[in-house]
Design a protein around this ligand. Structure first.
Ligand SMILES: [Zn+2]
Length: 68
């Protein structure tokens, strides 16, 4: 399926949804915004902890958002 990139307003927090994914600008790996428990990209710039609904991004400039 084709990726549709979008730019969310991060002041409102990170967007999350079944079709929303994050793409790391450092390692290029995609991370689900709603993983079952926990997800991180290969370089650990982006990590998502579903249990506490927390998204941690080390470098905010190195993340892209897309729906698919
Ligand atoms: Zn990464």
């Amino acid at each position: 399926m084709k990726k549709k990139y979008f730019k969310p307003d991060l002041n409102k927090g990170f967007p999350a949804g079944k079709k929303i994914n994050y793409e790391c600008g450092l390692c290029g790996e995609s991370v689900e915004s709603l993983p079952e428990h926990f997800a991180t990209c290969r370089c650990e710039n982006i990590s998502v902890d579903a249990d506490s609904a927390r998204v941690t991004v080390k470098d905010n400039q190195k993340i892209k958002f897309f729906r698919c």
